[in-house]
Design a protein around this ligand. Structure first.
Ligand SMILES: Nc1nc2c(ncn2[C@@H]2O[C@H](COP(=O)(O)OP(=O)(O)OP(=O)(O)O)[C@@H](O)[C@H]2O)c(=O)[nH]1
Length: 189
């Protein structure tokens, strides 16, 4: 029997950027038209990648949590840091503000993890609303590159694109873990 590896991934981003819609599309295969602000939801799915099986535990957070206390994104609960293997950071291509929030959020996560390299997939969602764009793809790509992370644009309406995000984050976790292994081997030599 193949070993099933557990991976906990937290989805973060500003209000209404499509975090729940992406998680729902990924797990249920359906798009959610209605906006219902999230408190916090978790989803589980077994993902098979080649010969490996992963138990992906997704935490869909409330965008609202990033504006508590009037001081935007100043508070990051420990549960967003401890025991988390990777992150899907989501902004909407139709909201420059949501992109700015992501930049600041990443810094908080980076600090929370002692400035180690983080497995992150940066997602510019709502790409189907391109005529209302406030963030160009090249800006998202540049930001992700500055973190050594992966960048994707997506639409929660599109199942294939959405599957790609969560597959990618599992691959990113492996990539970062392997890079640490290599760094350690280098230090020993
Ligand atoms: N056109 C379009 N609409 C989307 C997309 N993703 C989400 N939406 C819509 O945007 C609204 C907000 O989506 P949610 O998934 O609830 O957003 P959220 O980030 O979870 O919001 P919070 O719970 O406030 O954190 C809903 O009406 C969705 O139908 C997308 O890719 N394209």
């Amino acid at each position: 029997m193949p070993l099933v590896r557990y991976r906990k991934v937290v989805i973060l981003g500003y209000r209404s950027v499509g975090k729940t819609s992406l998680a729902h599309q990924f797990v249920e295969g359906k798009f959610l038209e209605r906006y219902d602000p999230t408190v916090e939801n978790t989803y589980s799915k077994i993902v098979t990648l080649g010969k490996d099986e992963f138990h992906l535990h997704l935490v869909d957070t409330a965008g609202q949590v990033l504006v508590w206390g009037g001081d935007e994104y100043s508070i990051l609960p420990y549960s967003f840091i401890i025991g988390v293997h990777g992150y899907v950071l989501v902004y909407s291509v139709t909201s420059l503000h949501s992109f700015q929030v992501i930049e600041s959020l990443y810094q908080k996560l980076h600090e929370g993890h002692g400035k180690t390299r983080l497995p992150v997939v940066l997602v510019g969602n709502k790409a189907d609303l391109s005529p209302n764009r406030e963030v160009q793809a090249v800006e998202g790509k540049k930001l992700a590159e500055s973190w050594g992370a992966t960048f994707m644009e997506s639409s929660a309406r599109e199942n294939q694109l959405t599957q790609g995000i969560f597959t990618k984050v599992i691959q990113e976790i492996a990539r970062v873990e392997n890079s640490y292994g290599q760094e350690r081997r280098c230090h020993l030599m």
